[in-house]
Design a protein around this ligand. Sequence first.
Ligand code: SAH
Length: 270
Amino acid sequence: MRQFVLPEDWDGSSPFRVVGKRARYLSGVLRLQAGDRFPGVDASGRAWDLAVIEIGSGGILLAAKEAERDGSRLPDVRTGSATAAPSADPGIGRLPRIVLAQALAKGPAMDRIVRQATEAGVALILPLLAERSVPDPDKGRLERWRRISREALQQSGSAIPTAVGGIRHLAELAEALGPAPGARRGIFCHEAPLASDSFHRYLGHRIDELVICVGPEGGFSEREAAFFESIGFGPVSLGPNILRAETAAVFALAAAEIVILERESWTASE
Ligand code: SAH
C-alpha cells in the first residue's frame, strides 16, 4: 500500500479511531502492529504521517501528523520503499487539474478506466451518458467506481484524490464541469480525421485545467462532435488505429500528461 486513504469524514483530529473494512485492511491484510508508521492522504489530497497506537476489538487507534512539505514520504508498508519526492528535474513541469469526461463504456471496461485514470492522477472522472452509451441497469456502479478509485489511490500513492462525479448527460458537460478554475483547455478524442490539432498545439501553453473527453464503444455521434466544438473543445486524434474506449482513455491521458510534463524540453528545442 503506497498510502492509506483517510475516511472522507475524518476531521483531522489525532488520535482517531478507524473501524470496519478499513481497520480490517490495516490489521488483517497488512498485519500492522502498534508502533508501525505509514503514509496517508486525506480527501483534499493533503499528505499525513500515520502511526498505530493500539489495535483492539473497537478498531485501530491512529495518530496523525501532517507530512513534511518536502515531498518525502514514509515508506510503503509492504515494500518498505518510500515514494520519491517529485523530481527536481527542470524538464519536469507540473500537471494542471485533469478531468476525464468518459462516455459510459460497458461495465468492466468502465471499472478499468476508473482505476487507470486514478493511477494517472486525474482529479475528476465525469461519467457521461452519450447517444451510443450502452444502457446499464447496474444501480451500484457509481459506488463501485468510487470504491475502485479509492483502492487505486491507496495502491498507487497518487497525490491527487480522484473524485468520481455523478452520471450526467453529455449535453450537461459544461454545467457538470462548473466554472473554469483559470485557463481551461477541452479536447475530445475522435477517430475520424476531423480537422484536429495536435496535443502539442493544444497544450503548448500553461493551463490550469485540461478536460479530456472519450467516447463510448460506439463512438461520439456527429451531433456530439458538433456540441464539443460549440463549447470550444477541439478534436484530437490518437493515431490511425481504432482504439477501444478504455485504451483510448489511457492513451489520451498518457499523451497529454507527457506533453505537459516535458513542455520545457520540447519548447526549448523549437
Ligand atoms: N466508433 C468507432 C469506435 C469508437 S472507439 C468505430 O468502431 O469505428 C471509442 C472512443 O475511443 C471514441 O469515441 C474516441 O473517443 C476514442 N478513440 C478510439 N480510437 C481513436 C483514435 N484513433 N483517435 C482518437 N480517438 C479515438
